[in-house]
Design a protein around this ligand. Structure first.
Ligand code: IVH
Length: 697
């Protein structure tokens, strides 16, 4: 994702350079959004991410004619990920403008008055509320019944997370008191600080990755494809806003909060009416003082004009209401001692320094590790073992060291020397010109890399082998039972050796073997992802699978590319969303003999399914575009999609004029209404299944 153009200032860019760079920036932003929203696991900090966005905006503003890029950017929110159905919000879910100082809050109030032409003597009431650091969700109730719930997504469409929301106690399933026929309630799903700490403890106990903060933990928990897992996570909900609402007499924001409360929702108890900006600032200070003691995380206050007629006159500007603003708290910081710097070696050999801290609470959450990013960062901040460091947690990022408290530094302190050899395998490391990362180049012969690669290979979205976590992989690696991924499928030859290991009963060995056998059949895209090739995440793996359809064709094409076949190379980098940089990483992987051996070995051990998209022409569904809505009873959504595709249909998430059939399960909502308006044929689940039965061969 490196881009030479970025060395130039925005002012120095010509139009074609600008277009190229905007596209590259959008791609990179999208990449990080996926890490953040889909994996709940950001890999860069706010500072870096905001820098990308700022540069994008600066360039886009300088070249307003490049509207294509701005359209790209609009889509770069958080694209709904595969796995959940997409639901279009009947009213967009807005974001908020920010104020960082008291002055900006006064400006906000002045802007509102100017817009509404209100003299200073006319009272202008606001409601101030804590800004909860979670994820927003929209809950639709029809005649008091909970119909569905959706994530914010990109603000226009989100993901159908109904089943997961049903597991949250704060969300009533039925509303009974003075409710409009249609009522969409919006608010924040969050995890308390205590629940977060507990979840991390249990994640650690089962060898799973810990979450970096309550917000990510809430996101990860809410976006579980299996609602039973969500149910085990402790989540809460505060109601603070609404979407579509049929006729109501409520005419203030506070009136809606009362309605929510009357119907059993939690409304944040610190929400209050403010008569003017002075009042607002008092409430800000009061809540800021309470912040540390609150059981949940907040990152600021939100001020909203109370009168709804004024809200509607004020309207919105670039996806944020003119009638509300978020007043952010400064990032939370605390000081503690840096006891050690460990160097971790990742799957691709990158050496990452991790600072170990004397545990300290920052914003109510215990922090004992910080990422120190890379050797330049350590040098720039002159971070040394033994230093008292200022640690910061800002919103969604992994805690960082902001600075060193030099007054506390002892005379014997020593500059940290970043190791030049790999701490895991002892081989030389290399830092390519212009790159921040130092890498161990010995690939799979480096045990840290090999173990990381194996961990990735068996992880949930790859081969998904239960019972094979970090601990077991490390053990089998040390016992020399597993060196390459293919060895996993030959583990059954070592039953005797395993039985002799402490803690391995016959039953657990049997379970492990069964899980391994189950994993032998694997979808092509999962297989590609499991190889752990740099930049090949789940989405890219799927694109590759779609294009090459089976492992043989893919391997051949990649080898052709390596042999300089221009046509093969062009067709690779022209795949939507795959560019030169991803192309090079693929070629690099295929150029290594060892990787080809691993691939061949796996091809022998596994049954790698061909990517399926085979229209059955005799089916009535062939060539049709289908949309599913509501709950299906005979099969899950995922299966329904596979069935539809097997019969030659395409499945889309959104209704448009191009839709041929809407298949409406139970509790079908707005999609059914839209389909009716567009004159699209609506089939019940049974009708649809009978059509499949009639024609399946
Ligand atoms: S009002 C138009 N109120 O902050 C109304 N948002 O930065 C939009 N948030 O997406 C939201 N607490 O996820 C509102 N009391 C509160 C909030 C709140 C947290 C979040 C919400 C929103 C984001 C905007």
């Amino acid at each position: 994702m490196e881009n030479k153009l970025r060395e130039k200032l925005p002012d120095e860019l010509g139009e074609s350079d600008a277009e190229e760079e905007l596209n590259a920036l959008a791609e990179e932003i999208k990449f990080h959004d996926l890490r953040y929203y889909n994996d709940s696991n950001p890999i860069v900090d706010d500072f870096y991410y905001d820098g990308l966005r700022r540069r994008f905006e600066t360039i886009a503003r300088r070249f307003p004619q490049l509207s294509v890029a701005i359209e790209i950017m609009d889509k770069v929110g958080s694209a709904p990920s595969a796995g959940f159905n997409k639901i279009i919000h009947s009213e967009p879910m807005l974001s908020l403008g920010n104020a960082f100082s008291e002055e900006e809050v006064f400006d906000f109030s002045d802007r509102v008055r100017r817009f509404l032409k209100l003299d200073q003597n006319i009272p202008l009431e606001f409601v101030s509320e804590p800004k909860i650091d979670g994820l927003s969700a929209s809950l639709r109730y029809e005649k008091g019944e909970f119909v569905y719930g959706v994530t914010r997504g990109d603000g226009t469409a989100g993901e159908d997370i109904t089943k997961n929301l049903l597991t949250i106690d704060d969300i009533p399933k039925k509303l009974t008191t003075q409710i409009p026929e249609i009522l969409e309630i919006r608010g924040e799903v969050y995890m308390t600080k205590v629940a977060f700490e507990e979840l991390n403890k249990s994640q650690e106990a089962i060898g799973k990755n810990k979450f970096s903060n309550p917000r990510n933990a809430a996101a990860g928990s809410l976006r579980q494809l299996d609602p039973l897992i969500t149910a085990t996570r402790s989540l809460n909900f505060f109601a603070y806003s609404w979407g579509t609402v049929s006729a109501t007499e409520i005419n203030t924001h506070l009136g809606f909060l009362d309605l929510f409360r009357m119907n059993g929702f939690s409304v944040n108890p610190l929400s209050k009416i403010c008569e003017n900006v002075e009042d607002i600032l008092t409430s800000y200070k009061k809540v800021a003082d309470l912040r540390e003691q609150l059981p949940y995380e907040i990152d600021g206050m939100v001020y909203k004009v109370n009168r709804l007629d004024w809200q509607s006159r004020l309207g919105t500007v670039s996806r944020a209401p003119r009638w509300a603003i978020a007043h952010k708290f400064p990032a939370e910081q605390n000081e503690t001692r840096l006891t050690k710097i460990d160097i971790q070696v990742g799957r691709t050999g990158v050496l990452t320094p991790v600072g170990r801290l004397k545990p300290v609470t920052v914003g109510g959450v215990t922090v004992s590790n910080v990422t120190l990013h890379n050797e330049d960062e350590i040098e720039r901040k002159d971070i040394r073992v033994g230093d008292i460091v200022v640690v910061q947690r800002a919103g969604d990022v992994i805690p960082q060291v902001v600075s060193v408290n030099l007054k506390e530094r002892g005379d014997d302190s020593q500059v940290f020397i970043f190791p030049k050899i790999c701490p895991s395998c002892g081989s030389e490391t290399l830092r390519a010109e212009g790159e921040a990362a130092r890498k161990c180049m010995s690939g799979l012969s480096c045990s840290a890399q090999a173990v990381e690669r194996l961990k990735h290979f068996v992880s949930k979205h790859a081969l998904n082998i239960d019972g094979l976590g970090e601990k077991q992989i490390r053990l089998f690696w040390e016992m020399k039972l597993i060196e390459n991924p293919g060895d996993i499928f030959r583990l059954s030859r070592h039953r005797q050796q395993l039985q002799e290991q402490q803690g391995w009963g016959a039953r657990s060995i049997e379970n492990l073997y069964q899980a391994i056998e189950k994993a032998r059949q694997v979808e092509f895209d999962r297989f590609i992802y499991s190889l752990g090739i740099p930049q090949i995440g789940q989405v890219t793996a799927k694109l590759i699978a779609e294009n090459y359809t089976n492992v043989g064709r893919w391997r051949e094409a990649m080898i052709e590319c390596g042999n300089g076949n221009q046509e093969a190379w062009e067709s690779l980098i022209n795949i939507d969303q795959i560019g030169v940089s991803v192309g090079h990483d693929l070629l690099n992987f295929f150029s290594q003999e060892k990787n080809l051996e691993i691939l061949n070995d796996l091809n022998n051990e596994l049954i790698i399914k061909h990517y399926e998209f085979q229209p059955a022409l005799q089916s009535k569904m062939a060539g049709k575009t289908l949309v599913f809505t509501g709950t299906l009873t005979a099969m899950g959504r995922a299966e329904a999609k596979v069935q539809a595709e097997r019969h030659g249909a395409r499945v889309s998430n959104t209704i448009s004029k191009k839709t041929d059939y809407l298949i409406a399960g139970e509790a079908a909502g707005s999609k059914a209404t839209k389909a009716q308006q567009l004159g699209i044929t609506i089939l019940s689940e049974e009708e649809w299944i009978s059509l499949l039965d009639d024609y399946s061969s």
